[in-house]
Design a protein around this ligand. Structure first.
Ligand SMILES: C[S@@+](CC[C@H](N)C(=O)[O-])C[C@H]1O[C@@H](n2cnc3c(N)ncnc32)[C@H](O)[C@@H]1O
Length: 209
């Protein structure tokens, strides 16, 4: 299966910290402060689930979380995380196959997910997720970022190496980063908050629908 992180599940977090320090973690911690208590949250491609512990620290109870992850090995690790008195439903499925009623969620979290997708998949997943989010709901989006006006040489070099590595190990389908910002703009999302880490290579945005 494409984009499945089974083969690297036990190593992924350590690898991320080795290459990016805490940038990928911190950018997500920057975003989750903006969640209202008692929210219904959809986490897509949450990986090993460290974010469940981070959420429980901020919100020990009242959250209703659906955790959709394609990798069984990632889910196994995530299920053993401490998530306080929040309610978590774990779903082992590709998000494009996950069915829920429209407007089911107040918050959607996608971190380092869309960088795995070809444009066609990214568009499909975007449409799918936007239908699941209530009006005025928040989409916490984090991913790699290339500044449009700049050459971004070292960042493109790093992306190239990452796509080679994850293409081989996890059969990641993408070969280049899709800029998702135009999709949010065209669909009437408003930027509420923005955070840049790792010399601007890692970006987190809180969008409001
Ligand atoms: C790069 S990892 C990021 C993990 C986590 N969000 C983090 O920041 O540590 C991407 C995750 O998305 C999952 N994934 C990829 N495609 C998916 C899909 N279509 N549906 C659900 N999960 C997916 C992978 O298995 C992997 O765990």
């Amino acid at each position: 299966m494409r984009n499945n992180y089974d083969n690297i599940a036990s190593l992924y977090d350590r690898l991320s910290r080795l290459v990016f320090g805490r940038a990928q973690v911190n950018v997500q911690l920057d975003l989750i402060h903006t969640i209202a208590s008692n929210s219904r949250i959809l986490i897509v491609g949450g990986g090993s689930g460290w974010i469940l512990e981070a959420l429980a620290k901020l919100y020990p109870q009242g959250l209703m979380i659906t955790y959709v992850e394609i990798s069984a090995n990632m889910l196994r690790i995530a299920r053993n995380r401490y998530y306080g008195n929040n309610k978590v439903v774990f779903v082992e499925q590709a998000i494009e196959d996950y069915v829920a009623a429209p407007n089911s969620y107040d918050v959607i979290i996608t971190s380092f997910l869309f960088d795995n997708f070809l444009r066609s998949k990214a568009e499909k997943v975007f449409r799918h997720l936007t239908a699941l989010l209530v009006n005025e709901g928040r989409w916490l989006y984090a991913d790699f970022y290339l500044e449009p006006q700049k050459k971004n040489r070292w960042k493109k070099g790093m992306l190239h190496l990452m796509y080679k590595f994850f293409g081989y190990v996890c059969r990641v389908e993408a070969k280049k980063l899709i800029d998702m910002e135009p999709y949010f703009q065209e669909n009437g999302y408003r930027v509420l908050f923005c955070s840049l880490r790792y010399f601007g290579f890692v970006k987190g945005i809180v969008y409001q629908k």
